[in-house]
Design a protein around this ligand. Structure first.
Ligand SMILES: Nc1ncnc2c1ncn2[C@@H]1O[C@H](COP(=O)(O)OP(=O)(O)O)[C@@H](O)[C@H]1O
Ligand SMILES: [Mg+2]
Length: 258
């Protein structure tokens, strides 16, 4: 991988520790090689954008990180856990600390927003106290600016609102790491910008480390401290957004219109 930043201090203070370390990750489906050689580090408190075209293996990459898919080769360390060799119990422990915001918002359509948000609190934290549930749910809705939607159902909400609620439901367990899969896909530019703002707010408010996978250049520009470009199954370039843009690399033509 070509590292455009001489050290990580451009985007991230070097005193911060790595919360994710991926080395030589490979993943194929039958004969189709999807990830060929991926190397990637994520530091505390940073927003790392992984920029790649559709079908480049971005979703596969983050699924490997939380053990939803098993890597063929390579080493994946997340919060000190060696993901490839985790027992089912340890995997659950890890997943509680890693928020996964799916490409669709993955809300339950038959439940209200309130019920959607209460679900992880009951299932994962065993909270059933009515007052406590109300308080956590309201705080969480305030943070994404959607208190008014509490009794609505997902099919009554706009695409942007659904994304916000999806992010709120992930954040409600206070994860140490957030994984955003195409957070702006299917949204108009204005709504995309609001979601990007929210992603920055999450970093600043919770000091969360996040990986934002996207093919949306404006999203990468707006949210990232650092970017890794995923090209043909490899992590080819790494640096700040400005460094990648200035690199004039033929692999990035598609994104930057050189
Ligand atoms: N479970 C699976 N089984 C077989 N092929 C898969 C599976 N998941 C993803 N793929 C293939 O891997 C490639 C990369 O997919 P994906 O990671 O979803 O791309 P994207 O960068 O758009 O998120 C695609 O060709 C896709 O068809
Ligand atoms: Mg995808």
């Amino acid at each position: 991988m070509v590292t455009l930043t001489t050290n990580h201090t451009t985007g991230v203070p070097s005193s911060l520790t790595k919360v994710v370390e991926i080395k030589n990750l490979k993943k194929s489906f039958n004969d189709r090689v999807v990830l060929n050689n991926v190397n990637l580090d994520l530091y505390e408190r940073e927003n790392l954008a992984v920029l790649g075209r559709s079908g480049s293996g971005k979703s596969v990459l983050i699924k490997c990180m939380v053990g939803l898919l098993r890597a063929d080769e390579g080493d994946i360390q997340v919060l000190g856990y060696d993901v490839s060799s985790l027992s089912a119990k340890k995997l659950i422990e890890l997943r509680l600390q890693v928020g996964f915001s799916f490409q669709g918002s993955a809300l339950y359509d038959s439940m209200t927003v309130r019920q959607n948000l209460e679900f992880p609190l009951k299932r994962n934290l065993g909270i059933y106290d009515r007052d406590q549930l109300d308080e956590i749910v309201m705080t969480s809705l305030k943070e994404v600016g959607l208190e008014r939607a509490i009794d609505q159902r997902p099919d009554e909400l706009s695409g942007g609102m659904k994304k916000r609620i999806g992010i709120a439901r992930t954040l409600i367990l206070k994860p140490k790491i957030m994984l955003y899969d195409e957070p702006t896909s299917g949204l108009d530019p204005q709504t995309s910008e609001e979601i990007n703002e929210l992603i920055l707010q999450v970093r600043d408010q919770y000091h969360t480390a996040s990986i934002i996978i996207t093919h949306d250049v404006s999203c990468a520009r707006q949210v990232s401290d650092r970017v890794v470009a995923l090209i043909d199954g490899e992590s080819k370039l790494e640096g700040t957004f400005e460094e990648l843009e200035a690199a004039n690399d033929s692999n990035l033509k598609h994104f930057f219109n050189y």
